[in-house]
Design a protein around this ligand. Structure first.
Ligand code: ADP
Length: 631
């Protein structure tokens, strides 16, 4: 068996073409990535600026934490480049006996080896010293901004052309003069400064700077005390003392005080105002005065950092140390300690001013004022109305009194004959008795006993006549409406006394039966007499043609009321007239005026009483007056 092998020969051009196709295929199969995006991302990466922020005590350690916060925020706001801000904190400074720095240096070295930051920003003096000391090992050639360093603590010997210093200047004299300015009576200042090496340095500085105040101001130092002890002392300070809050990083007991918790605790218990020259301690706890401004220091720091990151040489960026900003005060503290605003320096600013109550509750107060005004208007309107009503009442009573007076005249006019008769009787007796006595005296032996008897009769008759005149005068007296406490039985008796003679003249039996009890009421006796008089005269008029001629008057007590009844034996009233007898000008008499009962009703109602008219079942009319009894 024979087989033939076929050899396929491949030409070189065919191999080249295959490679070309493979490359083309691969090129088209790789996921698409826009060329522009790659370029942009790389450009952005090249632009990224790495910022190392080194804290002295801790990231939340006041006052530095507030500067760091402000610097970072401002840097991010101003930077045209993306930023990678890395923060580290130097813990050694917060211990009274700092430990070795070497491990921390090694740590930073391993982190930044081969990838140095674009700029180092140190916050506070300990951090500045650290970066200066380890510059060669950690960040050779990296520009540095040493900020928030008190000018006395700047290590000028180790400054290079690659450094910018943003120094601040603590002016303790200005801070203490501020205390004396706003509280001139201050005799003693308790100085709160901690016990760390840095704080001890400041104690010496404060002592040195305040030498000129010796004799004027006594200083008490709290650096050897635990913070708990400081709280105790701060709560029981003698008068004319102020507290000066310098720094409280670490107390004598070795306790570290971050943030402003310690200051807040002291503020809560202190019996004296607290002053501080650091803005981060202002706003709720300290009175204020000249202070370091966080904004000013951060603005300068960020300004320098941006210029350096933009390529400018640090050597060309120089700042003078920053002093205190114009004084600021907390209005709430001024109020609390009774510090007058007139004592503040002229360029000072007062913050946290609480708006006055009327501004806080403007709408509520306006509403209340409006309600009060409306209410006041209503009340005065009502008072005015009441006044007018009272006036009208007085006026109407006066008119009533006048009308009643006229009515009395007309009523008594009818009785003139009987009154004359009543007067004539005693006067006639007096005359007869006088003549008899005269005759007896002419005799030779006059009977003196008889004459004495005659004289007694004369006196009695004279008194009777006087009584008639007195009664007449009293009823005809023109008096205003006068309320008094009266006994109603007596008042009715007086009225009957006036008409008794009339009744006798008309041969009418007039009986009066008062209740055997006091009927004390409030009223005008003359007017009430007039009412009774009117009812009796009407009753006598009604029985003028009747066979049985009797008028009975009696009083009775009904519950809390006194009742006067006038009953006659006349024909009574027509059923249709019963409802009208009290109407003015209602009369059935040819000569009648029709005002008697209308006036009687008005008088009784003015006494808060009632008057009613009914017909008796056995015939005749019955008029009943009811008046409230006095309690
Ligand atoms: P005048 O006596 O001038 O008529 P009054 O107001 O005193 O006015 O009386 C009104 C009317 O009431 C009388 O005209 C009479 O018709 C009626 N009247 C009053 N008292 C009696 C009475 N005792 N009996 C019957 N009618 C009476």
């Amino acid at each position: 068996m024979s087989g033939r092998m076929t050899i396929v020969s491949v030409r070189p051009w065919q191999v080249a073409a295959a490679w070309f196709c493979l490359v083309l295929l691969l090129a088209t199969c790789i996921p698409c990535r826009p060329a522009g995006a790659v370029q942009l991302g790389e450009a952005r990466y090249r632009e990224l600026k790495r910022v190392l922020v080194l804290h002295s005590f801790g990231r939340e350690f006041r006052p530095w934490s507030e500067y760091a916060r402000s610097i970072k925020a401002e840097l991010e706001r101003q930077s045209p480049w993306p930023l990678d801000v890395q923060e580290h904190t130097l813990l050694m400074a917060r211990f009274n006996n700092p430990g070795p720095e070497a491990p921390f240096v090694e740590y930073l070295h391993s982190v930044y080896q081969g990838a140095l930051p674009d700029i180092v920003v140190s916050i506070g003096a300990p951090a500045a010293r650290f970066v200066q000391r380890y510059r060669q090992k950690l960040f050779p050639g990296t520009p540095m901004v040493l900020t928030v360093v008190e000018q006395r603590l700047v290590n000028r010997f180790e400054l290079t052309d690659n450094d910018v210093v943003v120094a601040v200047r603590n002016d303790f004299m200005a801070a203490f003069e501020n205390i004396l300015q706003v509280m001139p009576d201050t005799k003693n200042v308790a100085v709160v400064i901690g016990a760390s090496p840095l704080e001890k340095f400041w104690i010496d500085e404060v002592r040195r700077e305040l030498k000129p105040l010796e004799g004027r101001l006594a200083l008490t130092w709290y650096s050897d005390l635990s913070f708990e002890e400081i709280l105790k002392r701060g709560a029981t300070l003698p008068p004319h003392t102020a507290l000066f809050w310098g720094l409280m990083s670490v107390d004598a007991a070795g306790i570290v005080h971050e943030g402003d918790f310690a200051l807040r605790r002291l503020h809560a218990v202190a019996n004296a105002p607290i002053f501080s020259y650091q803005e981060p301690f202002f706003g709720g706890n300290s009175v204020g005065g000249p202070m370091h401004s966080v904004a000013e220091t951060s603005a300068k720091t960020v300004g320098a950092a941006i210029r350096i990151l933009g390529g400018e040489k640090p050597a060309g960026i120089k700042y003078d140390p920053i002093g205190f900003a114009p004084p600021k005060y907390d209005w709430r503290e001024l109020q609390r300690w009774g510090i007058s605003e007139s004592r503040l320096p002229p360029d000072s600013e007062i913050l946290f001013r609480e708006p006055p109550v009327w501004a806080q509750y403007r709408w509520q107060m306006l509403l209340i004022a409006a309600v009060i005004l409306v209410q006041a208007a209503l009340i005065s309107g009502l008072l005015h109305e009441r006044q007018r009503r009272r006036g009208a009442e007085v006026e109407s009573r006066q008119r009533l009194a006048e009308l009643a007076h006229v009515n009395r005249y007309s009523a008594l006019g009818e009785m003139t004959t009987s009154i004359a008769h009543e007067l004539n009787q005693p006067l006639g007796s007096i005359l007869t008795n006088a003549e008899t006595a005269e005759l007896m005296l002419k005799g030779a032996s006059p009977d003196l006993d008889e004459i004495r008897q005659i004289l007694a009769d004369i006196r009695r008759d004279d008194q009777r006549a006087s009584e008639v005149i007195r009664r007449l005068r009293s009823i005809l007296k023109k008096t205003p409406f006068e309320i008094a406490n009266i006994e109603l039985n007596d008042t009715v008796r007086e009225a009957i006394g006036l008409v008794r003679a009339v009744a006798e003249g008309r041969r009418i039996t007039l009986t009066y039966t008062p209740v055997l009890a006091d009927l004390r009421v409030k009223g005008d006796p003359v007017q009430l007499q007039q009412v009774v008089l009117n009812l009796i005269i009407n009753a006598m008029d009604a029985i003028s043609d009747a066979r049985k001629r009797e008028v009975s008057v009696w009083t009775v007590r009904v519950g809390n009321e006194a009742e006067v009844n006038v009953v006659d034996t006349g024909p009574g009233m027509a059923a249709s007239d019963l409802a009208n007898v009290f109407d003015p000008f209602f009369t059935t008499k040819p000569q009648g005026m029709g005002m008697g009962l209308a006036i009687a009703k008005t008088i009784v109602e003015a006494h808060h009483g009632t008057i009613s008219a009914t017909n008796q079942p056995a015939g005749g009319a019955r008029f009943t007056i009811r008046l409230p009894l006095l309690r």
